[in-house]
Every structure is written in C-alpha cells, then in structure tokens.
Design a protein around this ligand. Sequence first.
Ligand SMILES: [Zn+2]
Length: 285
Amino acid sequence: MARDIVAIDIHVHLSDEASQKAKGDRTAQMARYFGRERPPVSIDEMADQYRARKMMAVIMNTRDETVTGMTPLPNDHVASAVKKHPDVFMAYGAIDPWTGKLAVDEVKRCHDLGLIGMGELNPARQHFYANDPRFYPIWETCAKLNMPILFHGGMAAAGAGTPGGMGIKLKYSQPIHVDEVCADFPELKIISAHPTWPWTAESLAIARHKGNYYIDLSGWAPKYFPAELLHNITTLIQDKAMFGSDWPAIGVERWLEEFAQVNMKPEIRKKIMLDNAVKFLGITL
Ligand SMILES: [Zn+2]
C-alpha cells in the first residue's frame, strides 16, 4: 500500500517516563546542554506527532550497564512501541558490547522481536573501540541477520560541560575505528551517527570509501553544519546521508526549519529526507 510518508527520521530516542528514568542524571544534563526542557512524552503522543508530520521514525535506546551500573530499559520497550504503532515506528535494539555472549544472544532476540537493527551503540559512553576483535562475534551476528548497526560518532552531548564529562571518553568515538569494521564486514551496513565533529572530514572520507558506511545528520543543529559537510552531502555522498533528529536532544521542528534554509536541489533534499533511508532500511512504503 502506497503511503504519503514525506520523511524518515532515522535516529530518535524515546523520552517517555520509563526511558527518562533509565537515563538517570543525563536527562537533566542534556536538557541544560541543549537549552530546552524535556518533559516526558508518552509513546502514544510521540507516535501522533510523527503521524501528523507524515513521517516515520526509527526509535532506539542506549545502555551502558558495564560502565555505569545503571539498569537498562529492556529492548521489549521499543518493541512494544513498534507493535502498537507499526505505521510510524521501526526500532533498533540496544546492547552493551561488554556483555559478550549475552550481547550476541540479545541481538538474536531483538531480531525475533522484530527490531530491524542495533543501536545506538555508543563507544564513548560504553568505552570500547568498534574494531576491537573481541566484539566481532556481535558484529558478525548482526551481519548474518541483516541487522544494520548505528554507532554514535564524535562529540557527545551527554556529559558535556560537566567536570569529567560524566566519564564519557571521546577517543572511542573517532569514526576511523568504524572504518575497520566496515572493511572486515562488507555485508554489514553501518550508520555513523551525527556530523562526528571534530572528525567530520574523517567520516566523510569513510563514507566515500566504504560502500557500507552511511551517515546520519542527527544531534547537531543544521545551521551549524560545517561547509565541508554540506558540500559532501549535496554532491559526493548524496546517496548516503540521512535525516535524523536525535530527538529529544534536538527538537524535530528546529531541525526541519534549519535544514529547510540550507540551499540544495529538491531531488537531493528528498534523498536525504526519505529515499536514502528507504533504500538503507530495505522497506517499501
Ligand atoms: Zn549519539
């Protein structure tokens, strides 16, 4: 059935009460960093917002119990949101890579739950290098099940401005480590999330070089997109860049308004907002 979907937001977090509780102190810190309050938004309300915009959204969680000891929200939470609102939501499952065999089993369980990929894997928060061979059984399982992975890249809003950055270590989120995973798993599709500043150029080079490496434009206000990023997404990697908001970090309306100000051909804009994600996810609308 053809539907009048105008965009797919490839990178969205939940911000209902259960999700906010699982994020602990970070909800307040992120609100300060992005200068906007974040009252909880129920899953039904969020589905209605996307429905009204004629958009679909890929929702996801993160978890880092090995590093922080915080109890994660089970992946069943996003799965139930998809079950309730399949016309609007698709979802990625979260894992803590340090949990080894459990993480591999959880990828399989997420697949059975109907989740379509894994993310947000966050090397800076979870303290791991994506190309560390100890994690290869997880990536291999994702590749076998045709589940793409979304890795956070570059600067982290979480922890920013606090002494010690809440223990988050930026070195792990340099995209060059993901380049090696792309080389070793050519059949695995990967999204490197955000403009990955201060490694934007590095990420753009990988996107040009590795056919299975894609980028999303989430978590960064479009009016601050570096010229190099804008140049590349409208030319060389116009088939590999995807709209993402990273809501609730950035308001979807703000992202859309600012991106509308960016000059580009309508067909390229449509690729970034919709077509590239449709192809990447292998869906028919
Ligand atoms: Zn991120």
